[in-house]
Design a protein around this ligand. Sequence first.
Ligand SMILES: N[C@@H](CCC(=O)N[C@@H](CS)C(=O)NCC(=O)O)C(=O)O
Ligand SMILES: [Fe+2]
Length: 356
Amino acid sequence: MILRQLFDIQTGTYTYLLADTEAAEAVLIDPVYEQVQRDGALLSELGLKLIYTLETHVHADHVTGGWSLRKRTGSKIALSEECGAEGADRLLAHGDKIEFGCRYLSVRATPGHTNGCATFVLDTEQMAFTGDCLLIRGCGRTDFQGGNARQMYKSIHTQIFTLPEDCLIYPGHDYKGLTTTSVAEEKAFNPRLGGQLSQSDFVGYMDNLGLDHPKKMDIAVPSNIKCGRPDDDSISEDEASWAELTFTFAGFWEVQPQWLAENLSAAQILDVREVDEFSGPLGRISNAMLIPLGVLEKRAAELDKKRPIITICRAGGRSAQATVILRRAGFRKIANLAGGMLRWRSQNYPVEGGRN
Ligand SMILES: N[C@@H](CCC(=O)N[C@@H](CS)C(=O)NCC(=O)O)C(=O)O
Ligand SMILES: [Fe+2]
């Protein structure tokens, strides 16, 4: 099985990728709208088909990537029916099983942070994805979206603390950089409801959190009630539609040699190797302009901002960094030639100069 814990630094949100390796089927728990490209890239690099995006609840602090991922991958959106959201493919109830390959997650209703919160428990009961119900040495707030501290105490004690002691807890957020915990640890050390703390101790604690509302709440809640459907859900023209681009998990836009060979005049071809490599044995692509990576920042003005740019080097590494430098310099339509001159030559596309 594959488990990846992905982080959105702007909102402190964890997204989890779970997959059955054998069947190559995956689910994403709590994807974030701004991270959809990242998540899509990871799925395709790992060769996984996304079956479901799952929401632990209607989030108040970030917009879900569920809608956008469904559009890209054909995945199904699933969340608790208690959330009252529209546009989902499957509404979940306590006890339901969400299957991916030969594995499944079971749904436990854990209201308290919101009335529609669910915890997803892996078939072996070795992992639980608690959303904003139980956090690491903390828990989600209970002061809006039907939140209720008494209910949260009950949810945690009856649905999470009853899991095996060594069951790992993967929360929906952490604001200090902590990543995971266990049932035993939280039962013993959670300062709000662990040890001897009673339900009324907990309620007293929660009534006095004094937190500001999440910064994005007014955008996030209305959008998440529609499963993350944006008002304008077209992909940005600048970023993606000028070539057959793929986005890598490492964070770069890439184009394959075949596309470039068929569209040589569609972009400025920028070779960022050193002078001796440009005239060396690998040769160069016809009409390529040479600006070595080390001087690219200084010489970026020599490039035309209005035309797309494809960056090239020997194996595709330095040219990936060139896209970062160009982006910083204000260029937008930039992509790296995947695999560089080595892949270009291995696929027998024409070169100028060089040796066979
Ligand atoms: N400063 C954050 C606050 C986020 C927030 O309130 N998060 C909720 C989860 S949606 C929570 O329960 N936080 C618990 C806490 O901050 O202790 C923001 O503006 O997004
Ligand atoms: Fe939340």
